[in-house]
Design a protein. Structure first.
Lengths: 257, 321
């Protein structure tokens, strides 16, 4: 479903601040596969997600979504295939617009936006139905401005928006990192529900190693712009947090040498 | 005195259309657009040259609307394609328009409509014609009352303002209108939802400047002349109307905001008329405007600070200190 071929990206090339964010990263996601990426700050995991979404263009390499080469497709056009949730809960929604308007915007992803009504009656009914299982009471506040919601509520809404129109790929970029533990757990639970329900091909970045072990079919560890460790299936199930920490340390020292 | 007030209301309604244009860029697109100072003159100049050449004043409205949209397109091009910052893009278009506006007015810096018939003249003579002369019936008295320059303007431009508000409210609720609002509210989110934000910014700027061009046309027809200097301070007057309107009358929804902005424009004109009546030098008006806007901008902050202070005092009182 998603194929990344030898992606490389260097920020500020030729200056004192030159930083190699991705070096020759290749990644292949099967349809319906849930891949979790972990790694320290500056390891290139966010850059990888940004290259996939089109927010950043890579220097080298190609990106294919569903066999289609999207390397040079602009971000807004790629959005037709991609659902995305950001780390910052404020980034995923338009604060000055209502809940239903935000959802309707997402529901038109990849479609022509014309002079028809911004939110149709059918959409309103659909949104109510979709919001109810979240148990956040949002289904009764469709016309409330999103700016009035809490971070957790906004993130849950962004998730719902991202999974609307069954995207070919769902990108979750540390989307629970800015939330308190209880809310984070709830948002993560909602994420999993949506991923399973729509059988979404998912790429999730997290800092939480417990979550990384618990969720996903495959785990990828990144460091210095490279994929340094990969585990899936039984191997992943048997991993522990201590294993991962040791991995971090050993890989880190290798790099230091 | 009645003349002063009706004159202020008439002028205020004309400025309401300009202020709605400013509101679209400033509030909806979050784009401080300085093009408008040139656009309003472009609208006036287009109308002036066409009317003096005998073109129907209604057609002039359309032409000025289109000319305004074109001005917005230039700024949008500078900003979205050449990546020039918003403020600078607006200033560049504005300064360029100065020369263009003089060219539109056939090389002169002002054109008088003396001897030509504007929309307002046409309507006034129409009313005078249908009014039964000499009769003292209610209808006749009402028509004579209407047949003044100010009342006619209030009637015509009032209808215009209602149309502009209706059009904007409808458009901003459509699917495309929503994508423009999302672009202004959160460009990252808009892009992630597949919105071409360069396009939506362009459409927003064009619509905003089209309204300003329309306002320029009506201003020219009401005042009876077009002058290349008439745009100076236009953005501040637009902002003054917008902020006075929002602070005094609220902004709970798109429609509510638009009505508030229009009322703000009228109120602003009444205030100006009154201070001039009270003896202020017309040349001091710009300073007065600047101070009014600064105070109006500070008002929301001031309200918060006063509330905060009251809360502190109350808590201290409750604690028995």
């Amino acid at each position: 479903m998603l194929v990344c071929k030898s992606l490389s990206k260097t920020f500020y090339p030729g200056t004192a601040n030159e930083r190699r964010a991705l070096s020759n990263v290749s990644l292949n996601l099967r349809r319906g596969e849930f891949v979790v990426i972990i790694g320290g700050n500056g390891s290139g995991k966010s850059t990888l997600l940004n290259v996939v979404s089109g927010a950043i263009r890579s220097d080298e390499g190609r990106v294919y979504i569903d066999k289609q080469d999207v390397t040079f497709t602009s971000e807004y056009k790629r959005a037709a295939y991609i659902g995305r949730v950001f780390q910052d809960p404020m980034l995923g929604t338009a604060a000055s617009m209502t809940i239903e308007e935000n959802l309707a915007l997402a529901n038109r992803r990849g479609k022509r936006r014309g002079l028809g009504s911004g939110v149709t009656r059918a959409e309103r009914a659909l949104f109510k139905e979709m919001l109810a299982p979240l148990e956040l009471g949002l289904e009764n506040r469709l016309t409330a401005r999103v700016g009035l919601l809490s971070g957790g509520q906004r993130q849950a809404l962004t998730l719902l928006m991202a999974s609307l129109r069954d995207p070919k790929i769902l990108l979750l970029d540390e989307h629970t990192a800015a939330l308190d533990p209880k809310t984070a757990a709830k948002v993560l639970e909602i994420s999993l529900q949506l991923v399973q329900e729509h059988n979404l091909t998912t790429l999730m970045v997290t800092h939480n190693m417990g979550d990384a072990l618990k969720f996903g079919d495959r785990l990828i560890m990144m460091q210095e712009g490279r994929i340094v460790f990969e585990a899936s299936g039984k191997e992943k199930q048997e991993l522990t947090v201590t294993d991962l920490v040791n991995r971090f340390v050993s890989v880190g020292s290798e790099v230091l040498c | 005195m009645t003349d002063v007030i009706t004159g202020a209301v008439a002028l205020g309604l004309v400025w309401a259309i300009v202020s709605i244009g400013v509101w679209i860029t400033y509030r909806i697109l979050d784009f401080p657009d300085l093009t408008v100072e040139g656009t309003i003159v472009t609208g006036a100049a287009t109308t002036a040259i066409m009317i003096t050449h005998g073109v129907s004043p209604l057609l002039c409205l359309l032409a000025s609307f289109a000319a305004g949209a074109l001005c917005g397109l230039i700024t949008a091009f500078l900003h979205t394609r050449l990546k020039i910052p918003a403020l600078l893009a607006g200033i560049l278009t504005n300064i360029g328009l100065y020369s263009i506006n003089i060219r539109i007015m056939a090389g002169t810096s002002n054109i008088s409509l003396l001897g030509s018939r504007s929309l307002i003249d046409t309507f006034m003579s129409f009313i005078t014609r249908v009014a039964p002369g000499g009769s003292h019936s209610l209808l006749a008295r009402f028509l004579t009352f209407l047949a003044t320059r100010n009342m006619t303007t209030i009637l015509i431009v009032g209808i215009g303002v209602i149309c502009v508000i209706a059009l904007s409210t409808w458009f901003l609720r459509t699917s495309y209108g929503c994508s423009i609002r999302a672009t202004g509210s959160n460009p990252d989110m808009a892009r992630a939802q597949g919105i071409n934000i360069n396009m939506s910014k362009t459409v927003g700027l064009m619509l905003s400047n089209a309204f300003v061009g329309l306002g320029g046309s009506l201003l020219c027809q009401y005042q009876g002349y077009s002058d290349v200097q008439m745009g100076i301070g236009c953005i501040v007057i637009g902002l003054a109307s917008l902020i006075i309107g929002e602070v005094l009358f609220g902004k709970s929804s798109t429609l509510h905001s638009l009505i508030s902005v229009s009322l703000g424009a009228i109120l602003y004109r009444i205030i100006i008329a009154l201070v001039i009546q009270a003896g202020m030098q017309p040349t001091d008006l710009k300073l007065f405007t600047a101070i009014t806007v600064a105070l109006a901008l500070f008002l929301p902050t001031a309200i918060i600070q006063v509330k905060h202070l009251r809360g502190r005092l109350r808590r201290r009182h409750d604690a028995g200190l």
